[in-house]
Design a protein around this ligand. Sequence first.
Ligand code: FUL
Length: 471
Amino acid sequence: MKILFTSICLCFSLAGITQIYEQPLPNAKQLTWQNKPFYLFMHFGPNTFTDLEWGKGSEKEEVFNPVALDCRQWCRIAKAAGATGIVITAKHHDGFCLWPSAYSKHTVAQSSWRNGKGDVLKELSSACREYGLSMGVYLSPWDRNHPAYGTASYNEVFMHMMEEVVRLYGPFFEFWWDGANGEGPNGKKMMYDWHGFESTIRRVAPNTMVFSDIGPDMRWVGNENGIAGTTNWNLLDTAGFSRGAGSPPNDTLNQGNVNGKNWIPAECDVSIRPGWFYHVKEDSLVKSPEKLFDIYLKSVGRGANLILNVPPDPRGLISSFDSAALMGFAKLRQESFANSLLGEKHRIQILKGTSEKHSSLESENTIFEPCNHYTEEWLQIHFDDEQIVNCIRLNEGIQYGQQIKSFSIKLYDKNFELLYNNSYTTIGHQRILTFPGKKIKYIEVRILDAKQNPVISGIDVFRISEKLVEQ
Ligand code: FUL
């Protein structure tokens, strides 16, 4: 099959492009993170045994007793699911530490699990290394157990804990600061030293991506359903906002700010079950592979990262319900996206721009980089034979910033009859569009509006199962 790719007036070379683009741009750490957009979350701790979602902090340490704990099983499943890492709740709101912290008396060391010699973080970090997975840590600032909570000295405790986990079990690809603080009217009031937290983590783990509602490195997407906005800017204005209750409205977090001053991409968090922790009564409510695929389209397919929670059970293992759903999800992604109808050979041809209708491009990072008059230029794919197509994936060259404000997709049959015409807003790292299958010969992508010079760095075309097309 021969695919002819045409675009009109590709007139810039990449030389000098960095001078044209203005801030904000992603840094190297953010680009690396955005290039690996799917990994697992694991909520594990006393709640796993007490059937709670928010432990009270008064649970006896003995409740934590995962007799068959096997972090290698977690990693095997994560790897087979195509995830690139695991972020674990080292300390949830109940304050229980999954490692023997020197800064708390409510830890694995005080439990009877393995006679107080067990260490979940140690096991997980060595299993992640063995399986080639990245490890991340969630540390809840809110702590319902620690005696210092509610006093300034708790800030010191929290900073020591951050430093301790990095020193003992790092490096981490991601560090999670949860914004939740559920202390009631009679609860303890805590003034977090966010400035101190940030300078500590930057000092001890400068290469780690740090999450909170508003960054610094990535933001919460504004819901716990794993769904990014159909418009999703990697940009956010944070001035005047604070973490937790003082963060911007959820729809702002969901969509970002078109002219935001900071590069703070969205991360979509969602659980494979209704709850974040394992509850046996939810075994029948594990999300189906199709539902997970739909979430993938609405998170990764909208330019965000997806952190999918798969909570280990009281044995310390991922249950067969969850692993079956994960394997089904991996299979759907594989079947859907393994074979682009453009084909690798043709993709290379596109990237190099060897067709005489292309000007020669200096970088493989660009396939379509129109000059000033981007509305007069477009990108066409010509298939030799008609193809049934129902999915297109586009990448924007976000290393040059996020520029594209709107674009259109048009599909034509062999007589150039227009079969489909739709316009969309942002692309960002990746945009996956699905639509009812059409037998087509030509695809046209036009950029309708952009902030500065737009760059499309990748395009792929697929025929996925019609059942998976986004409703
Ligand atoms: C929330 C927490 O309160 C939940 O328990 C869970 O950890 C979720 C990821 O974040 O803020």
